[in-house]
Each structure stands twice: as C-alpha cells, then as structure tokens.
Design a protein. Sequence first.
Length: 252
Amino acid sequence: MTHLRADLHIHTVLSPCADLRMSPRRVVDEARRAGLALIAIADHNAAANGLYVRSIAQGNPAVLLGMEIQSQEEVEVLALFDDERACLTLEEELYRDLPDVDCDPDLFGDQVVVDEQDNIVRTVRKLLLSPVPWGLADVVERVAELGGWSLPAHVDRIHGGLLGVLGLLPEGNWPEVAELSPWTTVEEAVERWPALGGLPLLRASDAHFPHEIGRAWSELRVTAPTVAELRAAAQGTGDRSMRPGPPCKEGR
C-alpha cells in the first residue's frame, strides 16, 4: 500500500473555459510542483489532451484519462479511465452527438489539442461546453460499459452539480463516491445535503489555470494508481482508503 496525493479534475487548453497556458506540458510541470502523485485530465466532453499529458508525465505523476461530461439534465459527471482506447471511443461518441454549434473563440475561448512540444495539433470545432443529448443514467451506463468509472463532479455546486441541479441523489447504486467543490467543507456539504453523509467523498481542484492545479486534492491509500484501486479505496476494501484534503481558503 502507498499513500498518494491525487487531483482528479484538471482541465487543459482543450476546454474553452481553461487558460491558454494549460498545455499538457504545463499541467505536468505544475502537478509535479504541487507534489501530486496522481492526476486525471477532465476536459469538457473531450479527452485527447490526456494522451499527451500521460506521454509527458511518464508516470510522474501517474495520469488517468477522463472527461467532464455534461448530461442533458446539465449535470456534470467525471468519467475516469485507465484505458486510452476506451476513453477515446467515448470521446468520439460524445462528439458525434454534441449539438452542431460552432465554438466562437472570442466568446468562449479556444479549444485546441496540443502535443508534447506545445504544438497545436488541431482545433475542435463544436462547442464542447454544450450538454450532450444523453440522460444522466445513459452517461453512467456507457462509461461503465467501456470499463470506466463515473462520479458526480462538484456535487454541491448549483451550476452543474448533481445535487445543485436535481436536488437529490438518484436511486440505486450510483454514485459510489462524489466530488466536493474545492472550497466546501465536508461539514457544510453534509449539513446542506444530508444524503452525502453516507457517501465517500473526494476533493479535486477543477483547475482551469496553472496555479490552481493541486489547490485541492484527495489522499488515497491504494496499491496502484488505477481506476480499480480508486473504486476499492472508495469502498474501503482491505486497507485502502480515500479522504478529501482540506478545502481551499481563497478564491471562493
């Protein structure tokens, strides 16, 4: 078993709302500076830059591929993968079904895939901030079919948060764990949303700017930086554990 400091929600320049300095190389540099052992790249409805982050990092830190998917209910879901092909398959399916709305870079920002040398590989045309016409249950089911793991992003947030949008947790076995906003204390979250009291919680930065990487994190006790081990940590299997780090004190 090993203890890992993890930030499982980081955006790159592929997200139009992210700073243009968030290239794959800069993300890796800032993750190392922050002492992170595990990160996940979670651009809006897209995953391509995660491959370059993983290539640059070479395991320092370990990198999970992922996306922040916006369902038709406008609930934002983190989807995390070990396997590159599975994640890119989901990216292709989501892009196919995104509304055919162009991204206006002057209004929303650029959406670019950037390689290890900071070269722009391509620009993504459709607006990635759009919700996909998939219901929340469909998103969760498809991620699971592809071998990934999904959880509600910033579950307590009014915009995009599962509880903020729907006001309740769905019936059934999902979610297994929920992400808190960087600034919300566990006590605040549970007081406002008592259902969270029985659910494992993690914290991540939702970084859109370089200095935000690692501003919020979770401590994991796992045998390896994998999706399967994350799930086991959330369930408390063996000696595994997952604990949200302290909330941010600035920038709320």
